[in-house]
Design a protein around this ligand. Structure first.
Ligand code: AKB
Length: 320
């Protein structure tokens, strides 16, 4: 059985990916690495956990060796809106963690998964049915890091044979750890605020279409791609994957059908507005479907039912 190291395990994706990987590969074969000591303590209640700063090359390498790791899932990232507030730091963290992952994978013979994002695209990318291979000139430092990451992943594969694979995640909707500093965070926050205050103030413009995905589909996509037959992969870094796309106004209207007392307004953040408007409305994921049988299972209505129930419970238990 493969042994896996998840780096940045305490974030929105890592929190749920660790459990998903444990189910697929067994608890003994998954190690969760995280930089924040308090979060490491929490993870240690249900997984093998280590404190690790992904920018510390030596300790990162020692961890891979100690646990005899076959595949690294590098989830370390400063997200899009937060990145615009400190571009230097975003580059340092996002590219630093990626380069360490790729160089260690080269040296110690591991596979690497690093998420890319809809953030890899920009204003001059076709926004409707965004093709797999198209113009990539992002307008954010987050996007610059994502495009760099995609290119480095393919370079390390072609030049050094590192098995690097990746998907371009849409905005991820989940009820584990909260996202922090993304442009698509509104689509998570609203599910908590609806139960807590019955109203929500949205920082993204009402008509900004963006691809979104429910976390269970994102987790399936991740392991499915990492287990895909390499001889079928014409692409590697990185695959468009899509399942739903909506504007804030459309989501809130759907929520109001379920909870008629729900109200909302907008206090648009110009940074988030600019980012949201530069990203695709909906991506074409036909290459992922053809090359590794990607098929999403969660649509808007099923996602809403699940999210409303899970977030209600968390609010009622005082966890939000
Ligand atoms: C963000 O909004 O920054 C992320 C993303 C889409 O990559 N959720």
């Amino acid at each position: 059985m493969k042994r896996i190291l998840v780096v940045g395990a305490g974030g929105q994706i890592g929190t749920e990916l660790v459990t998903h990987l444990q189910k697929n590969y067994g608890e003994d074969n998954v190690v969760a690495a995280e930089v924040r000591p308090d979060v490491v303590k929490k993870i240690a209640e249900h997984a093998q956990a280590v404190e690790l700063d992904a920018l510390d090359f030596q300790k990162y390498g020692e961890t891979i060796k100690k646990y005899k790791i076959d595949a690294v899932y590098n989830l370390v990232a400063l997200l899009s809106a937060k990145g615009e507030l400190n571009p230097d730091l975003a580059w340092k963290i996002n590219i630093g963690a990626l380069l360490n992952s790729l160089n260690l994978a080269r040296e110690l013979h591991c596979a690497v998964f690093t998420p890319s994002s809809i953030g890899a695209f920009g204003y001059n990318t076709p926004h409707y049915k965004t093709p797999q291979d198209t113009i990539m000139r992002p307008d954010t430092i987050y996007g610059v890091c994502k495009v760099t990451g995609e290119l480095l992943g393919d370079y390390y594969f072609k030049r050094f044979g590192v098995d690097a694979r990746s998907v371009r995640f849409p905005g991820l909707i989940s009820n584990g750890a909260l996202p922090g500093g993304g442009t698509t965070d509104y689509a998570v926050e609203v599910f908590y605020e609806i139960w807590k205050h019955g109203k929500y103030t949205c920082a993204v413009p009402r008509d900004a279409y963006m691809d979104m995905m429910y976390m269970p589909d994102a987790l399936t996509a991740t392991t499915q791609l990492m287990e895909a037959d390499p001889s079928r992969l014409k692409h590697r870094n990185s695959f468009n994957i899509a399942s739903m796309s909506f504007t804030p106004e459309q989501l809130f209207n759907e929520l109001k059908k379920r909870i008629p007392t729900f109200t909302w307004d907008y206090k648009v953040d110009p940074i988030k507005a600019d980012i949201a408007n530069s990203w695709p409305d909906i991506m074409d994921d036909s290459c992922a479907r053809a090359e590794w049988d990607w098929t999403p299972k969660w649509g808007l209505q099923e996602m809403m039912t699940d999210m409303l129930a899970a977030c209600r419970e968390k609010v009622e238990n005082g966890e939000y």
